[in-house]
Design a protein. Structure first.
Length: 196
């Protein structure tokens, strides 16, 4: 899996194009604000878009969807619990669903807390996860917004993310990527939950 990171908007949200060069196909993860930037790179790399994968429904992560969908006709995927706030045509994701990129399996991991339908996209083969606003390198996503839940976040961290091995690299919705070894040393909000 190859990864192209794009940063955009006032909140400096991360979006990603993940692609398989051999098959010439890609997914867009969290298309940020500016769909045209994604389309330009997709065109330059001569890729076919298999779909847009959304980690959650907030505007800074979904703003570019319409432009990409209109240009490519690709489907949009979002967790069922975030489909109402997203309020646009999309395919529903559930925990444990899988998507294929080339020969690589991407697993949908439901991690509520930031929103009810927050998900991570996890690849065992590439040892990585796209975590949206669930977990960042040095903190966790906010839980004080409309459909956030501190209790759900704690359970997502304890029951899912804490089980990831040290070599798993996280690609969050804001800020830089890091591995779980770094998280276990420097992410104080993660450590607060784990040390309760």
């Amino acid at each position: 899996m190859k990864i192209k990171r794009l940063i955009g908007g006032n909140l400096e949200s991360n979006g990603f194009i993940i692609y398989d060069r051999k098959k010439g196909e890609c997914f867009v993860i969290d298309s940020g604000y500016a769909g045209e930037k994604y389309l330009k790179i997709i065109d330059e790399l001569e890729l076919k878009v298999k779909g847009i994968l959304l980690t959650h429904h907030h505007y800074d992560h979904v703003g570019g969807v319409d432009k990409i969908k209109e240009a490519t006709g690709c489907p949009v995927y979002i967790h069922r619990e975030d489909s109402d706030p997203y309020n646009k045509d999309a395919k529903m994701l559930e925990h444990g669903d899988t998507l294929l990129l080339g020969e690589e399996t991407i697993k949908v991991v439901h991690t509520p807390g930031h929103t009810r339908g927050s998900v991570c996209f996890y690849s065992e083969q590439s040892k990585l996860a796209f975590t949206g606003d669930t977990i960042f390198n040095v903190d966790l996503g906010r839980t004080d917004l409309k459909d956030g839940s501190p209790k759900d976040m704690e359970e997502s961290i304890r029951n899912i993310i804490s089980l990831w091995s040290n070599e798993i690299t996280i690609y969050p919705g804001h800020g830089d990527s890091c591995n779980m070894k770094f998280v276990r040393k420097y992410n104080l909000e993660y450590l607060d939950i784990m040390n309760k």
